[in-house]
Design a protein around this ligand. Structure first.
Ligand code: NAI
Ligand code: 2YC
Ligand code: MG
Length: 259
């Protein structure tokens, strides 16, 4: 699994504010508005306990601090436990956390102890980034290209299908592309026979996965993928609206989904 680095998370508040502005330009709503429209919920200062986890590759610098900043940004009352792991979980519950946020190298979860609801970052991220671009005010088109059909991309593609979009899909892993075609009825995109798209969703751990031949003028690219799917040069050349942020939008989706 592609792990975040402390570098990815530097200046998380600025990254979040810039992403919020991009979401507002594309959809007419801010991130809170999109989450409310998607889940029908709104935060009311719920107490969130953030528990650092030392397993696997261990604690990632800036990760818990970023979650603290993100939860505050979205209107939650949050704290990071002093202890990690089991002791940290115990500390969170004893300090009256209503929602637990914690991540090992494979799963990042939000668990609401009051209503029992639980969320996983990967599908929640795919769904929210798909919802954002599905609300693109700039085009009537219902065609969307999804690049990367893994743990984030597949749920994103499924969300587009559910919302009635014509979904073109591509993944370097042919087996995964075949699975998505048979399960979701996605149209296979052939990179050797490119066409222009005004909406592209990307969720891969690779850079520059979106070729110039498919980028239309004023294209919207919604991408949780790290590193960025297009170069700064191409972004400027086609005036691309880029919705991209390393952790906060996906975390907001998790939290709104368990309220
Ligand atoms: P995954 O490994 O499950 O899926 C990635 C997919 O991309 C794979 O199926 C792989 O075959 C495909 N792929 C790789 N290179 C490709 C290329 N050049 N062209 C087409 N497909 C290609 O990974 P997952 O969990 O879906 O995460 C995807 C990315 O999203 C990772 O970079 C991860 O760090 C990032 N991520 C970002 C979040 C955020 O909030 N911004 C939250 C969760 C994940
Ligand atoms: O600091 C800690 O508590 C670490 N155990 C956190 C590990 C997070 C691992 N996951 C990631 O790096 C991210 C996901 C949250 C989204 C994409 N990769
Ligand atoms: Mg995000």
């Amino acid at each position: 699994m592609a792990l975040l680095t402390p570098e990815d998370l530097k200046n998380i508040n600025r990254q979040l504010q810039e992403a919020d502005s991009a979401v507002l330009r594309v959809t007419g709503l801010d991130i809170k508005g999109v989450c409310k429209a998607l889940y029908g919920t709104s935060p009311c200062s719920e107490k969130v306990g953030i528990v650092p986890v030392t397993s696997g590759n261990g604690i990632i610098g800036n990760f818990s601090a970023s979650l603290h900043a993100i939860t505050q940004y979205f209107g939650f009352d949050s704290f990071v436990t002093d202890m990690p792991d089991v002791s940290g979980y115990y500390e969170a519950v004893r300090n009256e956390a209503e929602i637990i946020l914690m991540a090992d190298d494979h799963t990042f979860l939000a668990h609401n102890l009051n209503n029992g609801k639980i969320a996983n970052n990967q599908p929640c991220t795919g769904i929210i980034y798909a919802e954002i671009i599905s609300r693109n005010l700039k085009t009537e088109s219902k065609d969307v290209l999804v690049v990367g059909l893994g743990k984030v991309g597949f749920p994103g593609a499924a969300h587009f299908v559910h919302k009635g979009f014509r979904v073109y899909g591509y993944d370097a892993d042919k087996a995964l592309l075949e699975k998505t075609i048979s399960n979701l009825g996605v149209i296979p995109f052939d990179p050797s026979n490119p066409r222009k798209f005004s909406m592209i969703f990307e969720a891969t751990p690779c850079a520059n996965t979106i070729p110039e031949a498919i980028i239309s003028e004023d294209c919207v690219i919604s991408t949780p993928g790290i590193p960025c799917a297009i170069s700064e040069e191409l972004r400027k050349k086609y005036n691309v609206q880029l919705v991209m942020e390393p952790l906060g939008i996906g975390t907001a989706s998790m939290l709104y989904s368990v309220l």
